[in-house]
Design a protein around this ligand. Structure first.
Ligand SMILES: [Zn+2]
Length: 429
């Protein structure tokens, strides 16, 4: 251990003054501060002592009880100071509780056996929101696992302390995760001014969404006014059962996604055909071209699109049918929209584009729920679920290195949940 020189002692006093400003723990005081090697790296170590005559707190009941004995010193990692790794050093007391026996005391800066202080966990988790978890780990010279534990701590806290009372509009969505048709069901709050991820769970089955409603609570379920969803049968069934008073809307984003899936299927079939006939693949890397709306294409893409439009391709026919259907969403009157949908379906069913015909049949089958869009018109913004879906996908991409679904769920709650943070250190970051 290195004794601090005079100027360093002055800095130590400064650190203590600052610490007392940002984080003062009742019944504890900051003691000496030194620079020492921790795991081969010079680090700042700040001793903490209990106030004289203070009694330790039983972790079970939160009552102050008599001290039993004292354990060896432990280090608790704190927020780096001037890029030194920084630790609190404290010898925890054991408390003899009349009710709970001998226990290690509850500490105000860390929980249980965790080696990180609450403050450091919150600090890391904030960085992990801006950067990838790996980058955060690299910058703070710590492990990916440490970052994960920090984020998990903050997320668990947030989930336990958030309020769900103002939720009256939700969107149910699914995203495919990892490879091989694994899904995650996501439920968002889509009220204007309060948009966030409420829940996510594995799979997209009936029991998945039932689990959401169970966690959400019957009373809150009864408050729902709008539920936007996909036309996925298990979802529709659960929504009808658990929120029968709500208007279930098959929204634009979800419907248009079906169109895109159909176009993609046609394109894949055609590309296969080109290969089989040893023809030039004119659709090479055409996927995004076909999935984008024309107004979102770049100048170069627009030129290529107009070349494609001259060819008699099934993919292009599908594309044009989709673009034609976009008009549906502009109708002000539901009866006109209804008639348009019927016309469109009739025309589509006369083509030989099987995937598009499937879409047409689906639209007819679910028409009442699609027409609910017009009942809610002006009250729901069509882009909300789409926007959240995009953010969820970005989170997944940024979070490469997620090995398990559990990690991914925590990352999604962390990024999209708008969770309240623990009260510690609002002055940092
Ligand atoms: Zn107790």
């Amino acid at each position: 251990m290195r004794k601090l020189s005079n100027p360093a002692r002055g800095k130590a006093m400064l650190i203590k003054t600052l610490l007392n400003k940002v984080e003062r723990f009742k019944s504890f005081v900051y003691g000496s501060i030194c620079v020492t090697l921790i795991a081969g790296v010079e680090a700042l170590v700040i001793d903490i002592e209990p106030r004289r005559n203070s009694r330790p707190i039983c972790p079970e009941c939160g009552k102050r009880q008599r001290m039993y004995d004292r354990q060896p010193q432990r280090l608790f990692e704190y927020i780096p100071v001037w890029s030194f790794k920084t630790y609190f050093r404290y010898a925890p007391r054991r408390v003899r509780c009349l009710e709970h026996g001998v226990k290690v005391e509850a500490l105000p800066w860390a929980y249980g056996k965790e080696r990180m202080t609450f403050s450091y966990q919150v600090y890391l988790s904030r960085w992990a929101k801006r950067l990838s978890w790996k980058e955060t780990a690299d910058i703070f010279e710590t492990s990916w696992d440490t970052v994960f534990r920090a984020v998990k701590f903050v997320v668990d806290y947030g989930l336990a302390h958030r309020s769900l009372d103002d939720v009256t509009e939700i969107g149910v969505d699914e995203i495919s995760v990892f490879k091989g048709h694994k899904y995650l069901t996501l439920v968002y709050q889509i009220n204007a001014g309060s948009r966030r991820l409420l829940w996510c769970g594995p799979e997209r089955r009936t029991k998945t969404l039932l689990q959401f409603f169970q966690d959400f609570g019957r009373e809150r379920g009864a408050q729902l006014q709008f539920v936007c969803s996909d036309m996925w049968a298990p979802y529709l069934k659960v929504i009808a059962k658990k929120a029968p008073q709500a208007l279930n809307i098959l929204d634009r984003f979800h419907i248009m996604r079906k169109f895109n899936e159909a176009i993609d299927e046609i394109r894949r079939g055609e590309v296969k055909q080109f290969k089989a006939n040893q023809q030039e693949n004119v659709l090479n890397r055409g996927r995004w071209l076909l999935l984008k709306r024309p107004e979102n294409l770049s100048a170069k893409q627009t030129a290529r699109m107009s070349d494609l439009l001259r060819l008699n391709l099934a993919s292009i026919k599908g594309y044009l049918l989709r673009e034609d259907f976009q008009r549906f969403w502009d109708y002000q009157r539901a009866d006109y929209a209804d008639r348009f949908l019927e016309d469109w379906a009739t025309r589509t069913l006369q083509t030989d584009l099987e995937p598009m015909k499937k879409v047409a049949r689906m639209l007819r089958k679910h028409k009442p729920l699609i027409m609910n869009w017009f009942k809610a018109k002006g009250r729901l913004s069509s882009g909300v679920v789409e926007g959240m879906n995009l953010k969820a996908k970005l989170t997944m991409r940024k979070a490469y290195g997620f090995k398990t679904l559990k990690c991914l769920q925590i990352a999604l709650y962390h990024e999209l949940g708008k969770l309240p943070e623990p009260e510690y250190l609002h002055r940092f970051c």
